[in-house]
Design a protein around this ligand. Structure first.
Ligand SMILES: [Zn+2]
Length: 278
């Protein structure tokens, strides 16, 4: 069975988040455990309680998205240590929330650092996270500004440095892929991207898909998600992504605009319609 999920706000507390997810009929979920841009982190429910809520709502896996205010690709020693500390703490928060994965963006090149140096610094950060328990998913980026980790060749460098471990996988973001320059218009576009991922990282290492349309054109390097089929997605590519997700058991997570169930209803309807036709 294909699992559908979405990013849901935790502003009203975790219990409310899970109730909302259940009302939307989600099978899996992504949350921020704290404000993504910083500030004091709030208390979390007990992991036993959280596991009960998740079981009650029949939601798995639970993805926790890492905050953005640290730079995991920082080459500066102090900033690198800070990223390792904050994200290491986040690994523990994922466990505390009975979560399954921490989703991390590679970060950005600091002034004076090459993209290779930034990617290697990010790989070091990921390796440092493995001293805590839990699993990490590396997300491909749109390449906005000085962001690294957009091409699958670059991500391969990180995966190679980390080595073969089932504790590190890939979260494929379709909006970021398009913004970077991989078209997802035709069925063939998706076939090509699949082989590229397979050659560089391995399709078996994909653990989920952030299924988002891109508001800005292919190759724009602008990271702005759009509702499904309102941006640059082709319906044929979208259909085939869902079919591949079904084949490989990849959960599909919507990070499309809209903070409530009503705003997400159209995206969920499109997805369910495609799944019904598989
Ligand atoms: Zn994403």
């Amino acid at each position: 069975m294909i699992r559908i999920g979405a990013q849901v706000s935790v502003a009203g507390g975790m219990q409310q988040t899970l109730e909302e997810a259940e009302q939307m009929g989600l099978d899996c979920l992504q949350i921020f455990s704290r404000s993504p841009v910083g500030g004091q982190s709030r208390g979390l429910p007990q992991s036993k309680q959280m596991a009960q809520w998740l079981a009650g709502a029949q939601i798995r896996p639970l993805f926790v998205h890492a905050p953005y205010f640290v730079n995991p690709a920082a080459t500066d020693e102090v900033m690198h240590a800070k990223a390792c500390q904050v994200l290491g703490d986040e690994m523990r928060r994922v466990r505390h929330l009975a979560g399954d994965f921490l989703v991390v963006h590679p970060g950005h090149q600091q002034t004076g650092a090459s993209s290779i140096e930034a990617l290697d610094a990010f790989a070091d950060t990921v390796i440092s996270l493995l001293t805590a328990r839990g699993r990490v998913l590396i997300e491909n980026t749109a390449g906005q500004g000085k962001e690294v980790g957009s091409s699958f060749e670059d991500l391969a460098r990180v995966f190679n440095a980390v080595g073969k471990t089932s504790r590190v996988g890939l979260m494929l973001d379709t909006a970021h892929a398009m913004a970077w320059g991989y078209p997802l218009t035709t069925a063939n576009d998706w076939k090509l991207l699949c082989s590229l991922i397979d050659e560089n990282i391995g399709l078996a290492r994909v653990r989920g898909v952030h299924l988002n349309d891109s508001l800005f054109p292919i190759g724009s390097r602008r990271d702005q998600h759009a509702a499904l089929l309102t941006g640059y997605f082709g319906s044929k590519a979208l259909q085939d992504i869902v079919a591949t997700a079904d084949e490989y058991n990849w959960p599909l997570i919507l990070e499309t605009p809209g903070k409530n169930a009503a705003a997400r209803a159209a995206d969920l309807a499109i997805l369910r319609n495609i799944i019904a036709g598989l």
